[in-house]
Design a binder for this molecule. Structure first.
Ligand SMILES: Cc1cc2nc3c(=O)[nH]c(=O)nc-3n(C[C@H](O)[C@H](O)[C@H](O)COP(=O)(O)OP(=O)(O)OC[C@H]3O[C@@H](n4cnc5c(N)ncnc54)[C@H](O)[C@@H]3O)c2cc1C
Length: 388
């Protein structure tokens, strides 16, 4: 059941020009960005907000580029390859643990405010006026640009969870709504990694760390305290008031797909916009947006606009709004009886519930993991899958 979604005419969903310029929504733009990646500069500077990070994440999240393609271009043994392996580690945990990734993986986060809840965050953080310049700039980037540097994501998450005692799930929902690269696994499991519910110890930083990597020069802020105080001291005044997040559910006003039983169908999901997937096949191509998914994990209109524009990278792809089980289950039964052509999709942990034949998700590292259970930590995963 979708709680009062807003149905929007897709033609009215427009990308802000600045976002369209920074992250042009196409595979061609992803390839151009990949060609410009400098893995040596990346390894040296990636922790700095001005560092040579790739900004490939919206393209990787939506399957416009794959990890194997990126690894083929940048090599499989440097720092960048290892970061790409983090992505595959999170996807693998999602594939093995399913919706379990949305629950505490190992333990509860150390601090929890009395009013913490899965959709409550400090007002000052959400509104970007904490007084800590690097945090406030990161919030503006999140909302206006849909992209935040990895280090700044860690700072926002640590501030929310450790200083304010907000539930990591609230932060994950907030990020997932705004980020152009919002990805259930990377997002929820990164929040858990920072919060300490999914890692050996919580991640924490102080004002000196922000000053060093964000080029700020602030002193005396609520982050300018010893680590023990940050983790267990009183909640800073600026973070005491919390608010319920307003993350409205928006859907493009589109009908379900018209599946012709005589023709093969290729079903795409938002994480698999690969124009090369079965490109030579004569088939009907439909991108399915599922109301139930978006009701649980809403996206901003900007994210939706980006996705619909990016879908044009797949020739002949039409977009539909429908529950995949409702649409596909009868088709699978008919295909099994020889009464309809196949309707196939590509595997991804977010569509594990889709019925019908599926092609594997292309991976570089994850398929080297041969254990049934998910890896407990990235280091265990990397020890098993790193190139030798
Ligand atoms: C709290 C939090 C939430 C996050 N939410 C998401 C999310 O929703 N979607 C998402 O794709 N990433 C997420 N990340 C991981 C990481 O921050 C982004 O992948 C990265 O910042 C994207 O920018 P980039 O492409 O310039 O990264 P680069 O540093 O240039 O890295 C290249 C690619 O490697 C992968 N990668 C790099 N670092 C990580 C990482 N720590 N974990 C997983 N993959 C990584 C990404 O696919 C990225 O595009 C999150 C991290 C944190 C701390």
């Amino acid at each position: 059941m979708v709680a009062n979604p807003t149905r929007i005419d897709p033609a009215e969903l427009r990308l802000p020009p600045a976002v369209a310029a920074t992250f042009p929504p196409s595979r061609a733009a992803g390839l151009a960005r990949l060609a410009a990646v400098d893995p040596v500069a990346y390894a040296r500077t990636r922790n700095h907000l001005r560092g040579a990070v790739t900004r490939l994440s919206p393209y990787l999240t939506h399957g416009l580029l794959s990890v194997p393609e990126v690894v083929a271009a940048v090599g499989d043994d440097g720092k960048l390859a290892q970061e790409l392996a983090w992505r595959e580690f999170f996807q693998l945990v999602h594939a093995r643990e399913g919706a379990g990734i949305l629950r505490d993986r190992f333990r509860r986060q150390p601090r929890s405010a009395p009013d913490a809840g899965p959709r409550r965050l400090p007002r000052a953080l959400v509104e970007g006026h904490t007084g800590v310049a690097a945090l406030d700039a990161a919030v503006r980037a999140l909302v206006d640009a849909g992209y935040v540097h990895n280090h700044a994501r860690m700072w926002l998450a640590a501030t929310a969870c450790h200083l304010a005692g907000a539930d990591w799930r609230a932060g994950a929902a907030w990020f997932h709504f705004h980020l152009l690269d919002g990805d259930l696994a990377s997002n929820a499991l990164s929040w858990q990694w920072v919060a300490g519910s999914g890692s050996a110890k919580p991640y924490l930083m102080d004002q000196a760390n922000l000053n060093r990597f964000a080029d700020t020069h602030q002193v005396g802020t609520f982050l300018d305290r010893p680590h023990d105080d940050l983790l267990a001291g009183p909640v800073p005044e600026a973070l005491r008031e919390s608010i319920g997040l307003d993350l409205p559910v928006t859907l493009p006003d589109l009908p379900p797909p018209e599946l012709d039983p005589r023709r093969s169908a290729l079903l795409y999901h938002p994480w698999g916009l690969d124009p090369n997937w079965r490109a030579a096949e004569d088939a009907d191509r439909w991108l399915l947006l599922e109301p139930a998914f978006l009701a649980r994990h809403p996206w901003s209109p900007m994210r939706l606009a980006w996705l619909l524009a990016a879908a044009r990278s797949v020739p002949g792809l039409r977009v539909a709004v429908a529950d995949a089980r409702e649409v596909l289950a009868p088709r699978v039964v008919a295909a099994d009886r020889g009464e309809a052509a196949a309707a196939r999709h590509r595997a991804h942990p977010a569509v594990a519930h889709w019925p019908g034949p599926r092609d594997p998700l292309p991976t570089t590292f994850a398929h080297r993991w041969t254990v049934d259970a998910a890896p407990r930590s990235f280091s265990a995963f990397w020890r098993a899958v790193a190139p030798r």
